[in-house]
Structures are given as C-alpha cells and as structure tokens.
Design a protein around this ligand. Structure first.
Ligand code: PMP
Length: 319
C-alpha cells in the first residue's frame, strides 16, 4: 500500500517546522534544530527518551501537564544508567517544558518528547566519554491506540531481556524490538501486540503496560519481568488501591491467563487506558470493555483533565 501526504499532513509538517523546541540549552525553531547524518545516537540507537502528555480541558480552558517531575526523575535515572547526562535538574526540566508549551501556544492535548542522545559525529560507538545532546519537542496528540476496545495478538517477537539490553531504561535502540512487534500486529490486522518475556511470561504491549483482572483480582507483570516501569502503571495501581479499594498483584502472568481473564487493559502515556477486548482471536470476557477497566478509564480521564481536585498534585496547569 502506498501512502500519500494529505493536505492535513502538509499542514502538520508546516506547523511542526515553525514550532519551538528546546535543543542543547536554547529555545529554537524545529526547522533550525538539525543533527548530522553521522550522529552516533542516530546510527547506533544510543539515546534515551521520555514521553509525557499535557491534557487540554475545553471545560476549564486549561492545559494540564501530567506527572512532569516523575517523568524527568525517570529520565535522570535512565540516562545515568546509560552513562548519559542531562544538563538540567528535574525542576529546571519541568520549567523548560512549561515554557515550551506556552511558546507553542498549546491549547490542545499535546505529547512532549524529551530526548537525550550521543551527539558525536564519528564512526564507532560507546557510552562513556562522548558528548550528549538534549532536546524537547512537542506535538499535538490524540489517541495513540484505540481506546474503545483493542484486538491484540501475542507477538512472535519476545521482549528484550535485561541480560541483553536494559528494557527499563527507555533507550531508543531498544525500540526496534517494539517496532518489529507493532508492525507484525498491524500488518496482521490487529491493533496492538502483547509481548512475552524470553521465558514466556506476559510482559507488556509495544508501548504500554498491561493489566488483567480475574475474579475481581487485579494483576500486572512484575518489574522483574523486563517491563518498562511505566508511570501510568504506577498511577493506575494507586487508583485501584485508593479509589476502588482493590490491591494490585505485581507478579508473573502466564500467556493463557490472558485467555481466561475477565478483563484486560493496557496503559501508558500514549495509550492512556485502553481496554483489550480480543487476544489471539479469543474474546476477553464477553468481548466488551470490562466494568473495572471502564471505571479506571473514567477516573483517569477525569483526573488528567483537571476534574478531581484531590489529584491536583499530579498536574501542572500551563495557562
Ligand atoms: N512500555 C513501553 C515499552 C513503553 O514505551 C511505554 C511508554 N513510555 C510504557 C510501557 C508505558 O510507560 P508510561 O506509562 O511511563 O508512559
């Protein structure tokens, strides 16, 4: 299938070129922030990124940055693990992001992409003693995956193991693993892939963590099962405990548990809360988004758009 640019794509591209980004210590236009073809981060996947959302509430005429400090703390930890250095503190990064959203006059739900990468332009790779670049880009973003019920397949690609490359670091190069699984699923007509660990436990989606509910008991794969330690996952565990009075079992999950679960959903910054209604051509429960999943989805949507003062500390109003 060939893809041609639509007028909408062209408008988006023109808008992106004009937009402000933060790159190596300065605010610049996207079109002026360029890197060379030999940049090591591009050639070898030696980068580390974050994905953050800011939610627009039409009702409140406000943009709410979600979990800024948590994302930048994770970026600091992960870059340290990869021998990279982000030259700004967490509070500075939160302030820079705030200013960037204002400069771009963001009044719609927006994705924020901080990226740290090895910036030397030379053949060869290593992590130590090489300069890093750091950038933040913003882009409008609606649903990343369907949120009314996803059809999934278990991928033939296993999730990378911590003994091969560190899956918890959000390292750019590791996303070849997710991209292979995502294309396999989309090209087979599914919405998303479920990845298993090398030893066959359920791990996560290609860009989402996964939860199952069986007999009113909620479970999600443990950190030791090579998951990306999702910030949304942490927030959802909190909501189950505090708002629904349900504990969440962080444990290994077998593949066939997906087939017998009453409810399954995925979550992440991009995916938000996305019910899974079919896996490997078997319906999950009765094939409709489950009641607990819908409650969590509703709570999440209300909180992130500023509708629950109890969770105001999760948010940073931009305007
Ligand atoms: N797993 C993977 C592989 C991801 O890329 C993401 C998105 N960052 C997640 C899970 C969800 O993490 P978070 O909730 O922090 O966005």
């Amino acid at each position: 299938m060939t893809q041609t640019a639509t007028p909408h794509d062209t408008d988006e591209a023109a808008r992106r070129e004009q937009s402000w980004v933060f790159f190596d210590g300065e605010f610049r236009r996207y079109r002026d922030a360029r890197i060379g073809l030999l940049t090591q981060g591009l050639n070898y996947g030696t980068g580390c990124f974050e994905g953050i959302r800011a939610y627009w509430s039409e009702e409140r005429r406000q943009l709410y940055g979600l979990w800024f400090p948590e994302h930048y703390q994770r970026l600091h930890r992960n870059t340290r693990a990869l021998q990279m250095r982000v030259p700004h503190s967490v509070p500075e990064l939160c302030d820079i992001t705030h200013e960037l959203l204002r400069r771009n006059e963001c009044r719609e739900t927006t994705y924020i992409r901080p990226l740290s990468f090895k910036s030397a332009e030379a053949i060869g790779f290593r992590l130590h003693d090489i300069p890093d670049s750091f950038a933040i880009v913003t882009a409008p973003m609606g649903d990343y995956v369907p949120t009314g019920g996803m059809r999934c397949m278990v991928s033939s690609w296993r999730r990378i193991d911590d003994s091969m490359a560190p899956p918890r670091t959000k390292c750019t190069g590791i996303y070849i693993n997710s991209a292979l699984a995502k294309s396999e699923a989309l090209q087979a007509g599914f919405d998303e892939a479920v990845m298993l660990t090398a030893s066959g436990n359920v791990c996560e989606g290609t860009g989402e963590n996964i939860f199952i509910i069986r007999g009113g008991v909620v479970a999600t794969p443990a950190r030791s099962d090579n998951i990306l330690e999702g910030i949304t996952r942490q927030g959802i565990i909190h909501l189950f405990r505090e708002e629904l009075g349900l504990d969440v079992d962080e444990r290994s999950i077998g593949r066939s548990e997906l087939y017998v679960a009453d409810e399954v959903f995925m979550c992440g910054t991009g995916a938000q809360v996305a019910p899974v209604t079919e896996i490997d051509r078997r319906t999950v429960g009765d094939g409709e988004p489950g009641p607990l999943t819908l409650r969590i989805q509703g709570l999440y949507q209300r909180i992130v758009t500023g509708g629950d003062p109890k969770y105001a500390e999760w948010l940073r109003p931009i305007w």
